[in-house]
Write a protein that binds this ligand. Structure first.
Ligand SMILES: Cc1cc2nc3c(=O)[nH]c(=O)nc-3n(C[C@H](O)[C@H](O)[C@H](O)COP(=O)(O)OP(=O)(O)OC[C@H]3O[C@@H](n4cnc5c(N)ncnc54)[C@H](O)[C@@H]3O)c2cc1C
Length: 383
């Protein structure tokens, strides 16, 4: 057993940290937060330097590295800034589905552009009536000649208003039971006729990402836009979650570390009653608990990333990583605000934003309760 990162992994971590320190300035973060705008310039630079899609094959613009290396980059980015880091981590959302199941043409046309900062992607699974339970879909795709005609509505779609294309989960077989055996993933360009987007409204955190409802009205796409196997869309999404939940866990881990770093720095310089607040045992215990939780989260997140790269797909561990890192991020950011006192509540001091940005890790890609269902399902034998 060896808990050390390789020299290459340490170099990647160091490079990501240096890039984030140079580019993710507090002023830019506050500007994008206030404007609710995607940090496009930073994303382009990050893509040019190979930080986006570094786990894609080299022939499609990646670096042929693993989920572990992607985890390290995402963690560093989110540690430096929860908002910019999350927006960058999600810019290529769902592209892994193309990487694993797309045709050569789809990979050339889309994946390579995602990695080089010329395209943003989105995965459209959730519907107004189907959130945690995506075994049923109201969005339908009907075959007509060489095309498929899509009708339906997706909601809460990250990058909904800025993505160049969506990977949409649709019902294609209306007779099959259970219905999830008759779903397919279909690639739809945002500019296709019949596609309309609408922002879902002001949200608590991750304000630099767009979250939108997307409606499809008689949207016609060629049959060649099928991603993966026809009728296997639900299974492809479940498999994608085994990978993407590690990335969400990495965002949460970075956010937790970033909030902790700020709290520690503050505690070491703020004085009350003639002493640094770091010298009060109650503050020391808070910091000790925070650091311990982060270390435990890091171990599970790294282990699940490492496992994934070894080809050992373990949904139980992935769910543990996402659930535990998400909870840790929320709790650590909460304590960070407490340590900063009144200043913690003020935007300029950043930890309140880390707190707001942390919470989503317990909701999207399967809520905390859904992760527990997955874990328990693997623990308890079926009758
Ligand atoms: C900012 C944001 C970005 C998002 N991005 C995307 C995206 O890019 N693509 C996408 O497809 N979706 C996206 N989502 C949707 C997200 O994945 C869903 O919101 C989430 O899966 C929960 O679904 P729901 O909101 O319909 O809640 P519901 O499923 O209605 O759940 C409500 C509550 O019931 C609980 N619950 C439900 N079922 C069970 C059960 N079986 N056992 C125990 N408890 C249960 C849940 O845990 C939750 O507490 C995003 C959501 C948000 C808020």
């Amino acid at each position: 057993m060896d808990f050390e990162l390789s020299t290459e992994q340490k170099d990647i971590q160091e490079a990501a940290s240096r890039f984030a320190k140079g580019e993710f300035t507090r002023e830019l973060a506050l500007k994008h937060e206030e404007e609710h705008s995607f940090p496009r310039d930073i994303w382009k630079k990050a893509s040019e330097l190979g930080f986006i899609g570094l786990h894609y094959p080299e022939e499609f613009g990646g670096q042929g590295l693993g989920v572990m290396e992607n985890t390290l980059v995402v963690e560093e980015f989110c540690c430096r800034d929860s908002g910019i880091g999350t927006a960058l981590a999600l810019a290529d959302f769902a592209s892994e589905i193309l990487m694993r199941h797309g045709t050569e043409d789809q990979k050339k046309k889309y994946l390579a552009k995602v990695a080089s900062g010329r395209m943003i992607s989105a995965g459209a699974f959730t519907e107004p009536n189907h959130g945690s339970d995506i075994t049923r879909m109201d969005t339908r795709a009907v075959t007509k000649g060489d095309n498929r005609i899509i009708n339906g509505t997706k909601t809460f779609i990250t990058n909904g208003e800025i993505a160049d294309f969506y990977i949409v989960l649709c019902q294609v077989d209306f007779e099959v039971s259970p219905s999830y055996r008759g779903m397919s993933l279909i690639l739809v360009d945002r500019e296709t006729e019949g596609v309309a987007t609408q922002d879902v409204g002001t949200k608590m955190g991750i304000k630099m990402t767009s979250t939108a409802e997307i409606s499809f009205s008689d949207v016609s796409v060629p049959l060649t836009n099928l991603v993966g196997e026809d009728g296997k869309g639900f299974y492809h999404v479940m498999e994608f979650f085994d990978e993407s939940r590690i990335e969400i866990a990495a965002t949460a881990l970075g956010i937790a570390q970033g909030a902790f770093d700020r709290a520690l720095e503050y505690a070491e310089q703020r004085e009350q009653f003639g002493r640094r607040i770091a010298d009060f045992q109650v503050t020391q215990h808070k910091l000790a608990d925070m650091a311990t939780a982060i270390e435990a989260a890091r171990l599970i997140v790294y282990k699940s990333a490492w496992n994934f790269d070894q080809g050992r797909i373990d949904p139980r561990l992935t769910s543990m990583a996402k659930m535990f890192a998400g909870r840790t991020a929320v709790q650590v950011a909460d304590e960070a605000i407490q340590i900063l006192g009144g200043y913690g509540y003020i935007t300029e001091y950043e930890v309140e934003r880390f707190y707001r940005d942390a919470k989503i890790a317990e909701i999207y890609e399967g809520t905390r309760e859904i992760q527990k269902n997955t874990i328990a399902g693997k623990l308890i034998s079926k009758k």
